[in-house]
Design a protein around this ligand. Structure first.
Ligand code: E4P
Ligand code: PEP
Length: 350
């Protein structure tokens, strides 16, 4: 940890340390994209684009833990999901949620990327290495990876490994995130705001479609300005809001209408969790079934569904003694367990 930073009467008054960290180039040289991972990402991005733009009738399914907190458990989940992805590939394009950077309503554990040891040590360098290794191994299984884009410098380290990216409900209105999304090589879904505003998500997709310029770092961690071309694959993720759920047909139709008005492809993903389930994992199946019924009744805009799912159902608080953690149970939002995940995914075609 370096304490060598400039302090004057007007700056760094609330800072205790600056700490240098591995550069994007060093991380990518230590853990390079494998040929298999490159194939997984390229093929999944193309498939997801085709689904979003209505050229592939299959369902996009983004399933996985609310947050990753254990490497081995994440990989055990990935192995099961990779097998199911293969089996159900005629009906759906399955992508795994590998969410490592968590936005908190106030405070709380911020995820595997920033605090991989779950102990408040904020070992970002370790979190970057573990996350890249995990995402590589999952891609090497042939299973594409999805994550939430939260921290502005993370894309340089990890985004060659991502097939689908989300801007969450707490940041969809943020210009910083919208302009970053304009640079992302994968399709980006924008959640409606926590208050329920659909306009926030549609405005975000409109903003991200345009070219922008913003501050970031190069692969060598040199401060730079990146000039972007704009992301043509922005879409909306309905996650409910403080007034209640918004997965129903009228909300999907309204989202599609607003996207079309903005000259964007009317592509909508329904999140079965968060405010659509009242954060009650035992209600996710109701949203899943409703979304599938909408598709069966011919709703063309509903192109994808998100599930928060882990090896075991429910959630747990992070205990003081980490050996007390229950195996495969979420440490953030409650998830459905693997058994129910498998049942729901298999039921999609019936
Ligand atoms: O998806 C996860 C959570 O809903 C989000 O990170 C907010 O969590 P919190 O309200 O527990 O802080
Ligand atoms: C934080 C998440 O969702 P939201 O932004 O909808 O709260 C999430 O999907 O992990």
């Amino acid at each position: 940890m370096s304490s060598d930073f400039h302090q004057s009467a007007t700056e760094n008054l609330h800072v205790s340390a600056f700490e240098t960290v591995i550069t994007p180039r060093q991380l990518k040289e230590a853990l390079p994209l494998t040929p298999m991972a490159e194939r997984t990402v390229s093929q999944a991005r193309a498939a997801i684009r085709n689904i979003l733009h209505g050229r592939d009738p299959r369902l996009l399914v983004i399933a996985g833990p609310c947050s990753i907190h254990d490497f081995g458990q994440a990989l055990a989940y990935a192995e099961k999901l990779a097998a199911l992805r293969e089996e159900l590939s005629g009906e759906m394009e399955i992508v795994m949620r590998v969410y490592v950077d968590k936005p908190r309503t106030t405070v709380g554990w911020r995820g595997y990327l920033t605090d991989p040891h779950l102990n408040g040590a904020y070992d970002f360098g370790g979190g970057l290495k573990l996350t890249r290794e995990l995402m590589l191994q999952i891609n090497d299984l042939g299973l594409p990876v999805a994550t939430e884009l939260l921290d502005p410098f993370v894309p340089q380290y990890l985004f060659d490994l991502l097939s689908w990216v989300c801007i969450g409900a707490r940041t969809a209105e943020s210009q910083t995130h919208r302009v970053m999304a304009s640079a992302v090589s994968a399709p980006v879904g924008f959640k409606n705001g926590t208050g329920g505003s659909l306009k926030i998500a549609v405005d975000a997709a409109v903003a991200a479609r345009s070219p922008h310029a913003f501050f970031t770092i190069t692969d060598d961690a040199q401060a730079c300005i990146v000039h972007t071309r704009g992301n043509p694959d922005g879409h909306v993720v309905l996650r409910g809001g403080s007034a209640g759920p918004n997965y129903q047909a009228d909300s999907v139709a309204e989202a599609a209408r607003l996207l079309e008005l903005a000259h964007l492809t009317p592509a909508v993903v329904v999140d079965c969790s968060h405010a659509n389930s009242g954060s009650d994992h035992t209600r996710q199946h109701l949203v899943w079934q409703d979304a599938l019924a909408q598709r069966r009744s011919g709703s063309p805009a509903l192109r994808g569904v998100m599930l928060e799912s882990h090896l075991n159902p429910g959630k747990q608080s992070i205990p003081a003694d980490l050996t007390d953690l229950q195996y495969g149970v979420s440490v953030t939002d409650a998830c459905i367990g693997w058994e129910e995940t498998e049942t729901l995914l298999r039921s999609a075609g019936t």
